[in-house]
Design a protein around this ligand. Structure first.
Ligand SMILES: C[S@@+](CC[C@H](N)C(=O)[O-])C[C@H]1O[C@@H](n2cnc3c(N)ncnc32)[C@H](O)[C@@H]1O
Length: 347
């Protein structure tokens, strides 16, 4: 997942940057290749100088994404990337470090230009399965179709949650798309949660983002793919299928700060209840921005029936908490979920 542990005290002090890279590596438990590379980068002055130039956070995600963007099966470095070479990929070793370092140093300017221009906006459709039960619960309570509003939507993949099949192990919630285009999300129901019998009725889909990703633009779609970590072959397949479904689904993506955009929803959406959701987004806000987001949701709830479903990082690096409730202070923890929606467990 996007890594939150990037807090160097100073960008110019390489010891600080090295410590921040090491902290990043500790939470990169999901990718042996990136964890290995980060630990080596932390000891390499030349590489640390490159990382120190990337201002947006987390810089390692941006550097690794920039490398992955141009990497093809023909490059020597691809041998360690299962997403490029499949099951025969090599495990991390000294040769990986040599190949990676050479690749970066040969293309330093080009990679820095990409890393400086891009943002970490990973869009993970698997999170849909983690929030679906609580979106369905809200729609059931309201007794009608809901306007779904995704705050920090990236490319809007999670706005299509009712168009994916959700296999929880204990039961399947089907969207009914033809098999050729269907996407099945696998989310183990470890918490034995009651599951909806069908996907929730959605009246409209609105995504708010500082920088919405237009996935119909091949360059933006390629960047989304580049953010998928080397071993996550299943996620790459999921991303491609979700992008195809998203391309067929009408979605209203609005650019801007969600805190400023939320108050405009009442006037711009047809009558009906609203479900505000956000997945792995609010952690990017300062404390005062989080309070402002709470206030905007509460204000909206004075004019509409509103429910809020949040899935945000909590606990271990790959864990999130699902909470429902209008504000952080009043929200109730409903479940723990894997950050990519692989499982749901008791809160
Ligand atoms: C890590 S991505 C997660 C994307 C998506 N929710 C998902 O789970 O796949 C976080 C997104 O939140 C957006 N974001 C951050 N702060 C925001 C704000 N104040 N208003 C709107 N979007 C914001 C970022 O641009 C980014 O696309």
């Amino acid at each position: 997942m996007e890594n939150r542990r990037w807090e160097p005290r100073s960008r110019t002090d390489l010891a600080d940057v090295s410590s921040a890279v090491l902290r990043w590596s500790e939470s990169a438990v999901d990718s042996p290749v990136y964890e290995f590379l980060a630990r080596r980068i932390a000891r390499d002055e030349r590489m640390l100088r490159i990382v120190a130039q990337i201002e947006r956070t987390p810089p390692l995600n941006l550097l690794f994404g920039a490398v992955r963007l141009g990497l093809t099966r023909d490059d020597a470095l691809a041998a360690w990337y299962p997403v490029l070479v499949g099951e025969g990929a090599r495990l991390p070793d000294d040769d990986l470090w040599d190949a990676f370092r050479a690749y970066v140093l040969e293309r330093e300017d080009e990679l820095l230009a990409i890393a400086l221009a891009r943002r970490t906006q990973t869009n993970e459709a698997g999170r849909s399965a983690a929030v679906l039960p609580w979106i369905s619960e809200a729609a059931e309570r309201f007794g009608e179709a809901v306007h779904l509003v995704d705050v920090g939507t990236s490319a809007g993949l999670n706005l299509c949650l009712d168009r994916y099949d959700h296999d929880y192990g204990t039961g399947i919630v089907r969207a009914g798309l033809p098999a050729s285009t269907a996407l099945t999300l696998h989310c183990e129901n470890r918490g034995d949660f009651d599951l909806p019998v069908e996907t929730p009725p959605i009246a409209s889909r609105t995504g708010l983002d500082l920088n919405p990703v237009d996935a119909s633009d091949p360059a933006q779609a390629a960047w989304l793919e580049a953010l998928v970590w080397p071993e996550h072959v299943d996620r790459l397949d999921r991303l491609r299928r979700a992008l195809a479904i998203r391309a067929e689904t009408p979605v209203d993506l609005r650019a801007g700060d969600a805190i400023a955009l939320l108050p405009t929803l009442d006037d711009s959406l047809p009558p009906g209840p609203i479900v505000v959701m956000h997945t792995v987004m609010a952690y990017q806000l300062t404390h005062s921005q989080q309070l402002a987001l709470d206030a905007a949701v509460v204000e909206l709830s004075k004019r509409r029936r509103v429910a809020r479903v949040a899935m945000e990082p909590a606990g271990a690096p790959t864990h999130t908490a699902i909470r429902t409730g209008l504000t952080r202070a009043t929200a109730v923890a409903r479940a723990t979920a894997h950050a990519h929606g692989r499982w749901l467990d008791a809160a």
